[in-house]
Design a binder for this molecule. Structure first.
Ligand code: NAP
Length: 439
């Protein structure tokens, strides 16, 4: 079997490179495992090929026996409150893409910004002029964002963040981050290791109200049945018992609190929040008691959402590709040659390792269908290459990635860093070598 891994970006690794926080080096090192797979003789990487413009799905389906969609969930969710579009209110996926050096947020000067993404210069200005930030949501992305916002530039030097991102952090003046959870501490989506890390940041007090930890009946039931919830609550109890040290930087955790309006006229000046409760049907409802939290930056970390890809079935209500056990459903029946895995299959949940069992299910379905004759082989070796070459498209392969990799390590070393991510597409293509340098 030959496997072509197609990516619209010039480099492989997707979420591991562009979603995992740069200060989580051990998780980012999963890249080495992925690299070993991409180096196998039966696997080829096709970087810088955009499905929907360079190549249509229908064309791809004609030259290969089966397609597996694994393109993740690239968009963000909205809060649906007034003021959400004010300058200073941004989506976590954009902020994450910025600090990871994603080319969409670091466009070349002559490149139109795709999907109206905020560009790096705008984020640079926001964090340079904000001293207080609000992060909405109590999942791992909220933790990543809060941690990166509060850490100083020297604390981030030992990462592979792009140089200009690191320079922005050096100009940043954020000393206070408020994290808002619309339910109680028993209902967070944190993993305990990541939560604990927040309380270990040097020079930062983590502050929360002790009475948020008085668990009501339903919270107690959650803690009794869910070990992660119990561990998380134990970590937060320890924080609530700690006396603030008077550190210059503070992270506040506010539970039973949700935003009702983002305040400001042109630029965010604060967030109006209300106290919440869970009603008898399990819905989060306002329980009265509005107050304002001063902030010049609001980051909504309330989850990702899948985007439609031209020609691929998409369920608008879930933001996913409809499927059963990884077999794509098209026109009310199973499509004979289309499969799906990852976030675009199950939604933006789970840690990186969750994708492994998810992929096993999909590949098991594919292999069973090949065995049963449901997948009819029709692609010939080399058909994809011929099609791309007829279009004048030269994909970036793994040797090109190794040249980019070497350039990033070299650039990092020249500044006394381990490596430095090249964020601009033009830089990536130039590092990839002569064939791929922009004209
Ligand atoms: P998430 O885990 O689904 O958390 C989203 C949070 O936003 C939840 O607390 C949710 O609260 C809240 N929320 C949703 N809509 C809201 C609204 N309208 N108002 C207020 N709050 C709202 O999503 P995520 O943090 O984006 O993470 C995505 C996935 O990536 C997760 O599986 C996560 O574990 C994973 N991840 C892992 C790591 C790591 O392992 N280090 C790092 C980053 C991300 P409710 O529960 O009340 O809905």
């Amino acid at each position: 079997m030959e496997i072509a891994v197609i990516d619209r970006l010039p480099v492989p690794f997707g979420l591991v490179r562009y979603g995992v926080a740069p200060d989580h080096e051990s998780i980012r090192s999963i890249r080495n495992t992925l690299e070993r797979t991409l180096e196998r003789p039966e696997v080829r990487f096709y970087g810088d090929v955009t499905i929907g413009s360079d190549l249509q799905i229908e064309e791809l389906r004609q030259v290969v026996d089966a397609v597996i969609y694994a393109y993740g969930a690239g968009s963000d969710r909205r809060l649906g409150v007034a003021g959400e579009d004010l300058k200073g209110s941004i989506a976590a996926p954009e902020f994450v893409a910025w600090y990871c050096g994603h080319p969409d947020v670091h466009p070349d000067l002559d490149q139109p910004t795709s999907d109206g993404h905020l560009v790096a210069a705008a984020i640079d200005e926001l964090i340079a002029t904000a001293s207080q930030a609000v992060v909405v949501g109590v999942g791992n992305v909220a933790l990543d964002v809060a941690r990166v916002l509060i850490k100083s530039a020297p604390e981030l030097t030992d990462t592979d963040m792009p140089d200009d991102v690191l320079e922005s952090h050096a100009r940043k003046g954020i000393s206070e981050v408020h994290i808002l959870g619309r339910r109680g501490p028993a209902y967070t989506s944190f993993t305990t290791k990541e939560l604990r890390e927040l309380g270990q940041l040097p020079g930062v007090d983590v502050i929360m109200a002790a009475d948020d930890l008085d668990l009501d009946q339903s919270s107690s039931a959650v803690v009794a049945r869910d070990k992660v919830a119990a561990r998380n609550v134990a970590v937060m109890r320890e924080w609530a018992d700690r006396k603030p040290t008077g550190a210059d930087k503070r992270i506040y955790l506010h539970f039973w609190t949700r935003p009702t309006r983002i305040l400001g006229s042109e630029r965010v000046e604060g967030v109006q929040v209300e106290r919440t409760a869970i009603d008898s049907d399990g819905y989060v409802v306002g329980s009265g008691g509005n107050r304002d939290i001063a902030a010049q930056l609001v980051v909504r970390a309330v989850g990702y959402r899948g985007r439609p890809l031209p020609g691929v079935p998409y369920d608008e209500s879930t933001g996913r590709v409809p499927h059963a056990e990884g077999r794509v459903i098209r026109d009310h029946g199973f499509s004979a040659d289309e499969y799906v895995t990852g976030w675009i299959k199950r939604g933006p949940t789970g840690v990186i390792g969750t994708n492994k069992s998810d992929a096993v299910e999909t590949v098991t379905s594919l292999l069973a269908d090949i065995h049963d004759g449901a997948v009819v082989p029709h692609g010939r070796s080399g058909d994809l290459d011929r099609l791309l070459s007829q279009r004048g498209i030269s994909p970036l392969d793994m040797p090109a990635w190794h040249r980019i990799d070497a350039a990033e390590i070299e650039l990092g070393r020249s500044h006394g860093r381990r490596r430095t991510t090249l964020a601009h597409r033009r830089e990536l293509l130039a590092a990839a070598g002569d064939d791929h340098s922009p004209a």
